[in-house]
Design a protein around this ligand. Structure first.
Ligand SMILES: [Zn+2]
Length: 136
């Protein structure tokens, strides 16, 4: 893709670019460190006090993955690209929104797992009681 100009980066921050270009730049930002720095520079000039790319992401909820993507990440079923992006999104960007979402999904899957254990235990107990009844 054609590297965005500073004007474009500023427009990107204000979400003033055509959707296609927004997506292109967003995509490029995922692994182009130089571009991340340029964007951070644009942010600093525009909003003194906002110092990191992470701050922009947090503020804008840019590129938040879907709950389904978070779910597959949690289960270790995400593709390498999605997993790498989520890692970036959660650890570098530190998106609290997604961290909370992930936490919520983790809780849900853990309680589903323990429900499963409980029902298995119940079933086992039931089977052994049946066994006792039959042997009596
Ligand atoms: Zn997010």
């Amino acid at each position: 893709m054609i590297s965005p100009t500073t004007e474009e980066l500023v427009a990107f921050l204000d979400e003033q670019l055509p959707a296609e270009r927004m997506a292109e730049i967003e995509q490029a930002l995922r692994d182009d460190e130089k571009l991340q720095h340029r964007l951070a520079g644009a942010v600093r000039r525009q909003n003194p006090g906002q110092h990191s790319v992470g701050a922009i992401w947090r503020r804008r909820h840019l590129s938040c993955p879907s709950r389904a993507e978070l779910g597959s990440f949690l289960l270790g079923a995400a593709t390498e690209t999605v997993a790498a992006y989520l890692d970036f999104h959660l650890r570098v960007v530190g998106c609290r929104y997604c961290a909370a979402n992930l936490e919520d999904l983790r809780d849900a899957s853990e309680s589903a797992a323990s429900d499963d254990t409980a029902s298995r235990r119940r079933r086992k107990f039931f089977q052994s009681s049946v066994g006792h009844l039959q042997s009596d």
